[in-house]
Each structure stands twice: as C-alpha cells, then as structure tokens.
Design a protein. Structure first.
Length: 136
C-alpha cells in the first residue's frame, strides 16, 4: 500500500529490468507498484488509488490496450495514462492517453520527466539523475 498522501504509480510491465531502472531513476519520489500481468493490474487498480498508470502494451496475458477500456470501471476517478511500449500506437489511441513513448526512441531521463510532469510539481524539484557521482 502506498504511503498516505504520497503519489503512487502503477507500472504495468513484464520487463523487470526496465521497471527496476525506472524505479531507481525516480528515486522514490512517487511510489511505484509493479504489475507484470493485466490480471494483477486489474486487482491493484480495484484496491489502490493511483496517481498515474504507466502501461506497456505487450503483456503475457494480453494487450495493455484492453486495460484502457476497463479503466473507468476499475478506478474511482480518472487517472493519467502514459503508454511506454516497443511499438507505436495509433493517433486515435494517442488522443485517449496523457502520453505515448516508444521505448527505443526515448531516454530514461525523458521517461522520468514525462512521468513527473503528470504528478504534483513538488516531485519534479529533484534532479532527474538521482545516482551519486563518485568524487576523485
């Protein structure tokens, strides 16, 4: 469960390395809950209030786009959706979500900046690269 009042993102992604990298890059600014399947995403959406949905399309149990159709019934209020996928989405789909990003065409920093742009402004006051720099 997310900390009280803290923004929480549901990342629907079956690539655990990518999810881990995004989690590290966000440095705990928002909390991130991972769902590797559509079924686990639906369960989490019913149980938890999220500030943003970060959605992959190619999942082991189906296409992430099907979750968009069910989203209004799964959440108490609308939430922004950012699609982060290997493939382009149609213009019609781009108009139905907050943002679409193609994994091979965007940097980690761009993904983080996009996510933070849909969350409370106080979270974006931190540097995008939270990893410490070793001093010589």
């Amino acid at each position: 469960m997310p900390k009280s009042g803290a923004p929480c993102i549901l990342h629907v992604e079956d690539d655990f390395d990518l999810s881990h990298a995004i989690n590290i890059a966000l440095a705990g600014r928002p909390e991130i809950m991972l769902a590797a399947t559509l079924e686990s995403a639906k369960k989490l959406l019913r149980e938890t209030s999220f500030s943003l949905l970060l959605l992959d399309l190619a999942l082991p149990d189906g296409n992430g786009l099907s979750l968009l159709k069910e989203l209004p019934a799964l959440t108490a209020s609308p939430i922004p959706v950012v699609i982060l996928s290997v493939t382009e989405v149609s213009t019609e789909m781009q108009q139905r979500v907050a943002a679409t990003l193609v994994k091979s065409r965007v940097s980690e920093a761009h993904v983080v900046k996009t996510i933070l742009s849909f969350l409370p402004p106080s979270l974006s006051q931190f540097p995008v690269d939270p990893l410490p720099v070793a001093s010589l």
